[in-house]
Structures are given as structure tokens and as C-alpha cells.
Design a protein around this ligand. Structure first.
Ligand code: BMA
Length: 359
């Protein structure tokens, strides 16, 4: 285990005065990669965990964390989801208040951690959720010339921009329009053309970076796994719009049990990370495992026997396991206090090249 140092420490001293929060975060992540370190991240870590949630977020000091209960440390990266911000909702799609998200994100950064945001926006054409793939006209309707373009620019992106701006420069790894090659989100592979997808991403980038002037966003492009490198790059918006190559890759247990599932997970992940490593080198970008995990962690040594040996030799800046739902008992991806897999997660956190955040 090596502890994360304060991000602010990196910005003091000899840094150029014009360096933006995003530039500082890029430099910080590259410095870990150069040392061979991998940061550990957990989705929604400070908002809730297995069978608990923050009740009064304004009064709460946000020190509770399943990961801390197991390892003694916070995750170095904490992820949050902005789904619902576009509607002007008070809370996101998982009922986490946006006030809590803002507070937790800024506090985590002050503690020396790093924040990442995903976004599962509603379907603006049908009123359904992000998984509503009943129409292949949604992306088209949001782009210039489309019937929902004004709504997208003036309402959706404006609300997103307002929230991101309210973080007062806190650096964020932002990865919109993720898992874009599969067809389970309305912006997915069969739901829009490659050109439309790229335009959607670039429009989002141009609004936030150029129109709103946000300098705190590190842009992560994160397709789903189980695809070829050509498919991975088929929707790549371009070097100007991306700072990091990500991938979302999970382990799924079939009838042949966790042993075989772990082998399949590792083989496919290595294949993906191999081509991403080449892409990262060629395009001078960072790379990460933007989402991963084994739901319910039914493999007692998943962390040290499956995950770690698969990623250890790749220059991944971070690996983030998905959320520990407070209200769905089997929907968790990090160990919690008392769970049988906890000692293995603790052992993972103590490895020399794995980085958590000391409280
Ligand atoms: C999914 C699941 C859902 C959740 C969504 C956004 O993978 O965890 O329950 O609503 O992510 O956080």
C-alpha cells in the first residue's frame, strides 16, 4: 500500500501559474503511472454502503465508508453519478441528493482524493431512463438541427454545467456517454451512427469547456469491453476531446462457477488492456479501468488472485469497483465489514503498488 498524497501538494512550488486543475490532475495521475502505482476507486463510497446510508448529509461529516471499514483507508478515487441533474432533480437516479454529491466530492478532494463522475441521463425523447432503447432517434434529435437540440443545450447541458461549476474548480474525471458500443443505453452502438455519437460527445465537451470555460474536467472515453480495438475506436471523438482511455469490464459467473468466470474475466481484460496500452502510448493519454467488479464478490480471493494479477503489469491509472447498494442486498462490488471476502480486499489494499487514501 502506498498512500495518496494531497493533490494540492502537487500544485505548489515550481508549477506554472497557468496550469489548470485538469492539467494538475493529469500530471498527478501520470506521476502514479510512472511509478507503477494503481489507484483504487469505489462508486458512491461516501454516500452509502451495504445496508447503510447517510441520512442527514448537511450535518454528516462523511467519514463512513465500507472500504475504510475493511481496509482502514478511503478509496483514492470516489465515483458519483449525475443521472437526474439534467432534469433539475434534487437527487440522482439512485436517490443520492446532489447536495450530498457536491459536498462529498469537494471533501474527498480536500482529503487528497480524486473524484470521478459518470452520467446516466434520462431518455429525453421518451421520458424513460438511460436504458430505454426503444428509439434510435434520440441522439439525432439532440444534435444541431434536431427537435430537442435547444432543450439539450439550454436546459440539460446548462444544468450539468451549473453543477460542475459549483464544485469551484475541484478536479473531476468526467466520463459521459460511457459503454457506447453495446446497445443498452440510448446513446449506444445500434442507437446512433458513429458520426452522431462523436457529435454528441464533442457538443458536450464544447459546451462545458468552451462555452462554460470549465478547466477542472479530465475527459475519459470509456466504452464497454468484449469488443475489438476497431470497435473501441469507432466512436472515439478525437484527441482534442479526450484525456484518458477507459473501459468498463465486469466478471459474470456462469454455470461453470467463479473459477472459470475469473479466468474469462482476466483473459478478456488483458486483451482489452493490451490494445488500450498501445492506444494510450500512441495518443499520449492516460488509461484506466473505469468500472469493474464481481457482483456479490462470491470469490473469496477475487482481489488478490483475479483482479490484481490481471491489471498489475499495465499502466492503468486507476481501477474503480462499482457501488455497494444500501437497499439491494446482493448488489455490491467492494467488501464490507464482516463479509467473508474482506480479508482479501484488505490484503489487496496493502500491496506495494496499490494506492488507497489514508484518513
Ligand atoms: C447500475 C446499477 C443501477 C444504478 C446505475 C447507476 O450499474 O448499479 O442500480 O442505478 O448503475 O448508478
Amino acid at each position: 500500500m502506498c498512500a495518496l498524497t494531497l493533490l494540492s501538494a502537487c500544485s505548489s512550488g515550481d508549477k506554472k501559474p497557468m496550469e489548470t486543475p485538469k492539467d494538475q490532475l493529469v500530471a498527478k495521475l501520470f506521476s502514479y503511472v510512472e511509478k507503477g502505482d494503481i489507484l483504487y476507486g469505489h462508486q458512491d463510497d461516501l454516500s452509502y454502503g451495504h445496508a447503510w446510508k447517510v441520512e442527514d448529509w448537511e450535518a454528516d461529516s462523511l467519514t463512513r465508508s465500507d472500504v475504510k471499514a475493511v481496509t482502514g483507508m478511503y478509496p483514492a478515487i470516489v465515483g458519483f453519478d449525475l443521472g437526474g441533474i439534467e432534469m433539475g432533480d434534487k437527487a440522482n437516479l439512485d436517490s443520492v441528493d446532489f447536495g450530498l454529491i457536491r459536498k462529498a466530492a469537494m471533501l474527498h478532494a480536500q482529503r487528497g482524493g480524486i473524484v470521478t463522475f459518470s452520467w446516466h441521463p434520462r431518455n429525453p425523447l421518451t421520458g424513460g431512463d438511460a436504458w430505454d432503447v426503444s428509439s434510435d432517434q434520440v441522439v439525432k434529435s439532440l444534435l444541431e438541427g434536431g427537435g430537442l437540440h435547444d432543450l439539450f443545450m439550454d436546459v440539460w447541458l446548462k444544468r450539468l454545467g451549473d453543477f460542475l461549476e459549483s464544485l469551484e474548480g475541484t478536479p473531476v474525471v468526467f466520463r459521459p456517454w460511457h459503454e457506447n458500443v453495446g446497445s443498452w443505453f440510448w446513446w449506444g452502438g445500434k442507437l446512433c451512427t458513429e458520426q452522431q455519437y462523436k457529435e454528441l460527445y464533442r457538443t458536450t465537451w464544447t459546451y462545458l469547456v468552451k462555452a462554460r470555460g470549465l478547466t477542472n474536467l479530465l475527459w475519459c472515453y470509456s466504452p464497454n469491453s468484449n469488443i475489438s480495438v476497431d470497435d473501441y475506436m469507432s466512436r472515439y471523438p478525437g484527441d482534442e476531446f479526450v484525456d484518458m482511455f477507459g473501459i468498463d469490464h465486469y466478471e459474470y459467473v456462469g454455470e461453470d462457477g467463479v473459477g472459470e468466470a475469473g479466468v474469462r474475466f482476466a483473459e478478456e481484460l488483458k486483451r482489452s488492456l493490451t490494445y488500450m496500452n498501445q492506444l494510450a502510448k500512441d495518443h499520449h493519454k492516460l488509461m484506466c479501468l473505469s468500472e469493474t467488479g464481481l457482483e456479490s464478490l462470491g470469490d473469496p480471493t477475487w482481489w488478490t488472485r483475479v483482479l490484481y494479477p490481471t491489471i498489475a503489469d499495465f499502466p492503468v491509472a486507476y481501477v474503480l469497483t462499482w457501488r455497494n447498494a444500501h437497499d439491494k442486498p446482493g448488489h455490491f462490488y467492494a467488501a464490507w465489514e464482516g463479509f467473508e471476502n474482506a480479508p482479501d480486499m484488505k490484503a489487496f489494499s496493502e500491496l506495494a503498488d496499490i494506492v488507497f487514501l489514508k484518513p
